[in-house]
Design a protein around this ligand. Structure first.
Ligand code: GLY
Ligand code: MN
Ligand code: MN
Length: 440
């Protein structure tokens, strides 16, 4: 692994530690969770842990503290090499190789974690650790606190160290992406876009939704993505009106639209793309009518992404276009201003337009600044832009010809210094381009 990425990770750790202040950061990776019997769920590292270490094995803990605002010490606790276990479960890096491979300062066996913590806590009366996430680890931590009570000079009752949660500070850092992160997200976007194109080509009436999912995900895998950032949504017909539909078990019919919301993960970063297209290759007039409204809304929202603007500016633009569209379809009546202010569009556009994107599909990072005002966009942030319209099959408040139509269009947008850049525009979204690709 290059020293460039080691340097970027070192800088991330330093920035996080500077935000937290003096004290001991103790950050475990995700636990292995059992799926059924002795079958574990596939392991994926905790996003915060991966952000600061780049390490992907289970059973590991980062311990770090700063020496000054420019220097820190990062220790990694990880599994020992174990030839016997490695025959069954695969290779382990082991402490001996971890320092060079990961660019950290020291590496220790997990077996020594609590002894080392106990001695480190003697010189660190403050600790940054998330309580309540892992009961087993909390219990071991409490045991150390008990043995290691801090006696203050006034003779007051001895106390355990001050414990505070490091997650908000890490989230704040993760909100603005560094160079390595942007490159990785670009790659995830490229791979995802190409998978979506593949799915448009592959869709046929009579196919099961999960068959189309297999085509999409096979394309992700072929391009180097070992898993998805989240369960793929392949929602045909009225299933598109279920926002997080992941059953994917319906047989697609000739006149259906199919909504695919899926993102390939690359190095634990994900893209998040939605396209909605006709299974037969041709939109019906009513589907096209609704589609054009969502597309106009999405483009207007993307134009509102630029540094200095509120993160909610894209949503306001999307709402404005959607309300115009709903009035034109005869679904909403009355003055526009009143319809916007009273959220009259919500029965059919019930979700927000954007969220942060990165290691997590709904990425870490607050949506408000100090004082409660909406967060402002800054260069290096990545967000989705994804308006939709969903007319339920039994929604009698819309004309019968529109019922059962659900459409969302979602792209990933990087905020740049001068404006923004769409990372996912390699998948068509204009009607004629979609139809051409679906028919090819
Ligand atoms: N894929 C989930 C979302 O679009 O928020
Ligand atoms: Mn999204
Ligand atoms: Mn999505």
């Amino acid at each position: 692994m290059s020293s460039e990425i080691h340097l970027q990770r070192r800088q991330r750790r330093q920035r996080v530690l500077n935000r937290l202040g003096d004290g001991l950061l103790v950050l475990p990776t995700a636990p292995v969770r059992m799926r059924n019997g002795d079958v574990p769920h596939p392991f994926r590292p905790d996003s915060d842990f991966y952000y600061l270490t780049g390490f992907e094995e289970p059973d590991a803990v980062l311990v770090a503290f700063r020496k000054s605002s420019r220097e820190h010490v990062a220790l990694l606790f990880l599994r020992d090499r174990d030839p016997e276990r490695e025959i069954w479960d695969g290779r382990r890096l082991g402490p001996r190789k971890a320092v060079r491979t990961l660019g950290i300062d020291k590496a220790y066996s997990m077996a020594s974690l609590y002894d080392e913590l106990e001695s480190l806590l003697r010189s660190h009366p403050r600790m940054f650790y998330t309580l309540g996430a892992e009961e087993g680890m909390d219990r071991d931590m409490f045991r150390i606190f008990e043995r290691n009570r801090i006696h203050d000079y006034r003779g007051n009752p001895p106390s355990h160290p001050e414990v505070s949660d490091p997650r908000p500070a890490i989230a704040t850092e993760r909100l603005t992406k560094d160079g390595a992160e942007i490159e990785t997200i670009e790659r995830a976007a490229e791979v995802s876009a190409s998978g979506h194109r593949e799915a448009m080509r592959a869709a046929r009436p009579g196919m099961m939704e999960y068959e189309l999912q297999a085509e999409l995900e096979a394309s992700f895998r072929r391009q180097g993505s070992k898993r998805n950032g989240y369960e793929s949504i392949v929602a045909s017909g009225t299933n598109a009106c279920v926002l997080h539909y992941i059953e994917n078990q319906r047989r697609m019919q000739r006149d259906d639209l199919v909504l695919i919301d899926a993102g390939a993960e690359i190095d634990n970063y994900t893209a998040d793309i939605t396209r909605t297209f006709p299974v037969s290759g041709t939109f019906t007039p009513e589907q096209a009518e609704v589609y054009r409204i969502v597309l106009r809304a999405q483009k207007a929202a993307i134009r509102a992404v630029s540094p200095g603007k509120s993160w909610q500016a894209p949503h306001a633009k999307a709402v404005s276009v959607v309300v115009d569209g709903l009035r034109k379809l005869g679904i909403l009546r009355g003055p526009k201003k009143r319809l916007v202010e009273s959220n009259a569009y919500k029965p059919w556009f019930m979700h927000g337009t954007s969220h942060w994107l990165g290691l997590d599909v709904h990425d870490a990072g607050g949506y408000r600044e100090r004082g409660g005002r909406p967060a402002k966009l800054r260069a290096g942030m990545v967000l989705t832009v994804e308006p939709g319209l969903y007319f339920g099959a039994r929604d009698t408040s819309v004309p019968a010809s529109y019922r059962g139509i659900g459409i969302r269009i979602e792209d990933d947008v990087l905020v740049t210094r001068s404006g923004s850049r769409v990372l996912t525009d390699d998948v068509p979204k204009e009607i004629r381009d979609i139809e051409r690709l679906c028919q090819s």
